[in-house]
Write a protein that binds this ligand. Structure first.
Ligand code: GLN
Length: 307
């Protein structure tokens, strides 16, 4: 399938289990894990390296420089346990506890969507749309880990950034990330879409940006196990068609935007055309834009200056 979400086998069958030999070196442990995960994750050797580094610390270069050092039984035990959990479908980033997003080291874990590389392109577009606006007011709707809001705050220090989230668990991750990165000036509010924002913001927002849940229910059921069984449904599934939450966002963002303000949201190619049509009813300068892989990944529209 050319677009998200990934599909794949659900978990590693226990019957193929070959234990890591005692006295294994770092390199032989990596080889063992690569074989163990083959067929069950997209990048077995990358995952193996990331997991071993998360146990050992240090850099990839140091890992290979010390590749024939024998692992202690404690390290070997921790590594085996992480590899087994990865093979059983847990997201790699939940196991390491982190994901880098536009250079920001974000903490993630159960209860929050792992930020995706394609969303970095949405941030790129968002920054371009406010480039000429002095001290822009920005709202990230459904912020999850805080990825979009924190990246915009870091890359555009003069922006006043608000972030909303309906899930209390996700909001806790976002708050930890803001504190960890020294970006506490991002204002987080709990609530559905924009409903938790102070009413005084209505008609003043320069940019509403969002990676809303946009997948149809059925698509998530056939996704890879890490997405389907571990990441929060509230961040992924919009409803039977996938258009439910995005269309509510298109309708509700309008009143918060200033005339001339922009809405930009992530989507997937299967619904970009529908969203362009929905935006076209009220917004101007409507467009769908590709990500780096050429898939239609975002849609945007502008509240007309005069309407
Ligand atoms: N891109 C995500 C995936 O493929 C979906 C994120 C979303 O629904 N907003 O799993």
């Amino acid at each position: 399938m050319p677009s998200s979400p990934r599909s794949g086998p659900s978990s590693l069958p226990r019957s193929t289990e070959v234990p890591l030999p005692a006295g294994a070196t770092a390199v032989s442990a990596l080889r063992w894990a690569g074989r163990r995960l083959t067929g069950f994750v997209d990048s077995p050797s990358v995952d193996a390296e990331v997991l071993l580094l998360s146990v050992l610390g240090g850099t990839r270069a140091r890992l290979y420089a010390a590749g024939d050092l024998v692992l202690t039984s404690v390290v070997a035990g921790q590594f085996v346990s992480l590899v087994e959990r990865r093979g059983a479908g847990e997201p790699l980033q939940y196991l390491t506890g982190r994901q880098v997003f536009r250079g920001l080291d974000l903490q993630v874990g159960p209860g929050v969507l792992v930020p995706r590389p394609e969303t970095e392109v949405v941030v790129e577009r968002a920054l371009a749309l406010i480039a000429a606006v002095p001290s822009p007011v920005v709202v990230d709707v459904g912020t999850g880990s805080g990825a979009i809001a924190l990246a915009i705050a870091a890359e555009r220090p003069s922006a006043a950034v608000w972030a909303t989230e309906v899930s209390g668990a996700a909001l806790a991750w976002a708050g930890r990330n803001a504190a960890g990165l020294g970006l506490e000036r991002v204002a987080f509010v709990e609530g559905d879409l924009l409903s938790g924002l102070p009413r005084a913001l209505q008609g003043t927002v320069d940019l509403v940006v969002a990676n809303p849940p946009y997948l149809p229910q059925a698509l998530v059921e056939s996704a890879a196990a890490d997405v389907r069984d571990h990441e929060p449904r509230v961040a992924l599934v919009s409803g039977p068609t996938g258009l439910e939450v995005p269309s509510r966002l298109i309708a509700s963002a309008w009143a918060w935007l200033r005339p001339g303000g922009w809405l930009v949201m992530e989507t997937w190619p299967g619904q970009a055309e529908d969203l362009v049509a929905l935006l076209g009813d009220a917004y101007g300068e409507v467009a769908a834009r590709p990500d780096l892989a050429g898939s239609l990944r975002m849609v945007e529209g502008r509240r007309p200056v005069r309407s």
